[in-house]
Design a protein around this ligand. Structure first.
Ligand code: GTQ
Ligand code: FE2
Length: 358
């Protein structure tokens, strides 16, 4: 009969030291967890990223110069990627998201591909571009917001006569964290057009849906282009008919009309009007937010750091960093963050403060 080997009696103060214990445990790919908890549990978030500010005035010449350095064909996507100064070399504007300025010159085309990362474009400058998402073309003008849902085929074309520059945001690092990244090029450089331009807008952009629509049963938004002319008009109307929220002034979320929430599963996107002279009360939340100045100028204070901004500047507020915005002139700010993922994972928290705590 096999001999049973019993465990030795538990060691007390006479036992081996913790270092000896840890050294013998290590070859089993295991560690004393109780010694590590302090590294991973924090009273409040401890972000690696820093508050940051990119001046469009400084970046723009480099974005245009990229047009001489590489063709859009060679580059596949000709993008100047913004890196958070707290995490250099990691191609992220925050821990979860990318932020980049994409250049497409008149007549150029960025070939068709798809990926499991969600993406969006927010147009900074240019005259007219088009992006095709799963066979339907959408026009893009300055201030327009266009989403590329996960795994949707997409290509872009500059059909105007000025260089087009838009901000791309992707949840790339979040998707890669989950090891859920897939990517493929389309067999055709330019995908076939299968739906007339304006179809999605007619079907889903006006509080009407086709009677047999089953859009509400799938999470994917049936609407993917949000023209600035309309969002600007909404902000204008609200500022004339209602008072400003002390923390957000007039801040609206882009939504999917069938779910009533964010158009992309992980990325939260908003458009906000700050009347000239208005200062927001201090606010903090778990999202890592990127702000893009669409119109106006002013300043923001993030964790005590002041950033004076102008049109097209880009600013980052890390998770749980208390921040305020002050507009010197009527200002419109687009923002994106990982809030949609936080909400889905029941992680989102926010604090509306009345005074800056110190
Ligand atoms: O336009 O499809 O900035 O695939 C990064 C990856 C843009 C795009 C980026 C992309 C795109
Ligand atoms: Fe893409």
């Amino acid at each position: 009969m096999a001999q049973l080997q019993t465990d030795p009696a538990p060691e007390t103060s006479e036992g081996p030291g913790i270092d000896d214990y840890a050294a013998r445990l290590a070859p089993l790919n295991a560690v004393p967890g109780w010694l590590l908890f302090a590294d991973y549990f924090h009273r409040t978030p401890v972000p690696e990223i820093l508050p940051a500010h990119w001046r469009y005035r400084d970046l723009r010449p480099y974005v245009l110069e990229a047009g001489q350095v590489v063709s859009s064909e060679q580059a596949e996507r000709r993008v100047v990627t913004l890196e958070n100064p707290g995490t250099p070399g990691r191609a992220g504007i925050t821990r979860t998201m990318t932020g980049g300025l994409q250049l497409v010159l008149p007549g150029e085309m960025a070939p068709t591909h798809r990926h499991t990362s969600s993406a969006f474009r927010f147009v900074i400058e240019g005259s007219l571009a088009s992006t095709t998402v799963d066979g339907e073309k959408a026009s893009m003008r300055p201030g327009d917001f266009v989403v590329t849902p996960p795994w949707a085929w997409h290509d872009h074309r500059n059909v105007g006569d000025l260089p087009m520059i838009w901000l791309d945001g992707l949840d790339l690092h979040l998707v890669n964290y989950f090891d859920a990244g897939f990517f493929e090029n389309h067999a055709q450089r330019e995908q076939d057009i299968t739906r007339a331009e304006g179809t999605s807008d007619a079907e889903a952009g006006h509080n009407l849906l086709p009677v047999s629509s089953t859009s509400g049963t799938v999470p994917r938004s049936p609407l993917y282009a949000y023209p600035y002319s309309r969002s600007r008009e909404v902000l204008d109307q609200l500022s004339r008919s209602t008072g400003p929220d002390p923390w957000h002034a007039y801040k609206m979320k882009y939504i999917s009309p069938t779910t009533g929430t964010w158009p992309l599963p992980t990325i939260a996107t908003t458009i906000q009007l700050l009347p000239g002279g208005f200062s927001t009360r201090p606010y903090r939340s778990t999202e890592s937010a990127v702000f893009v100045v669409v119109e106006g100028h002013g300043e923001s204070t993030i964790d005590g750091q002041r950033f004076a901004w102008e049109q097209h500047d880009i600013i980052v507020a890390p998770s749980w960093a208390t921040h305020t915005h002050t507009a010197s002139a009527d200002s419109v700010i687009f923002s994106y963050s990982d809030r949609a993922a936080h909400e889905a994972l029941h992680l989102f928290r926010e604090d509306r403060l009345w005074e800056e705590s110190r």
